[in-house]
Design a protein. Structure first.
Length: 234
């Protein structure tokens, strides 16, 4: 918390905001851009990054939950847009895992507010970002029809899979799962619970998996999620 009658701490806080903009990971930027919370970073690591997970919390120290990842963790400039934030002063941080099992967690940061007249102004300021209105993430374009991450099926912090189907008790949902080679794995039918947890062991190995959600036999989402390897502390 900023103490109003102490200028020295305030100076350091403002200095960090002004001069940390171009610093690479483990420094991150968090901005409120036209009521879109965007977490962005520069990656200058020479070590192979296997995953970048974005986390948020009401508290700056604990109770963080993973809200998504990026498809291209090796990109030098990248970002993630939180379209469903419950509070515009949430704390954000990024979990970075490296090949071999080591990882780092960035310092937490709250959004700094910026306004733009139109969304295309965001593209001019952040030309490396591609926004997808049907997704909560921002990333370079990849396979057509996939808008990762999903609000309906996603990986929890323990690497189990959460299935969240709104109004499942009144709608006829089914879900098909495929591995990264497009091999069909299994299908869930007659889903009547809004929340369902699928144990990660059902997917046999780590990596990327694709799913298709159907409502009354019609495809409503084609997307993917990632199950990460267990990581070891440095």
């Amino acid at each position: 918390m900023i103490k109003p009658f102490f200028l020295l701490p305030l100076f350091f806080i403002l200095s960090n905001i002004l001069f940390a903009q171009d610093k690479p990971l483990p420094f991150i930027q968090v901005k409120n851009l036209n009521n879109k919370i965007v977490v962005s970073w520069i990656n200058d690591y020479t070590k192979q990054i296997t995953a970048l997970n974005i986390q948020r919390s009401y508290d700056s120290l604990q109770n963080y939950t993973t809200i998504g990842s990026v498809l291209s963790p090796l990109s030098r400039e990248n970002g993630f847009a939180d379209a469903n934030f419950p509070y515009n002063k949430m704390y954000y941080r990024v979990f970075v895992s490296f090949e071999g099992g080591s990882y780092i967690i960035t310092a937490s940061a709250r959004p700094v507010k910026e306004f733009y007249v139109a969304d295309n102004a965001l593209s001019e300021k952040y030309p490396w970002l591609v926004s997808n209105k049907d997704s909560s993430t921002i990333f370079p374009p990849s396979k057509p029809g996939i808008t990762y991450p999903s609000n309906n099926i996603f990986t929890a912090k323990d690497n189990n899979i959460i299935v969240h189907l709104v109004n499942a008790e009144t709608k006829k949902y089914s879900v098909k799962f495929f591995d990264e080679t497009e091999k069909f794995l299994f299908e869930l039918t007659k889903l009547r619970e809004e929340y369902l947890i699928i144990e990660k062991v059902n997917f046999v190995h780590t990596g990327w998996f694709r799913f298709e959600i159907y409502e009354n036999g019609l495809l409503i989402e084609n997307n993917k999620f990632q199950i990460l390897k267990e990581v070891k502390k440095l």
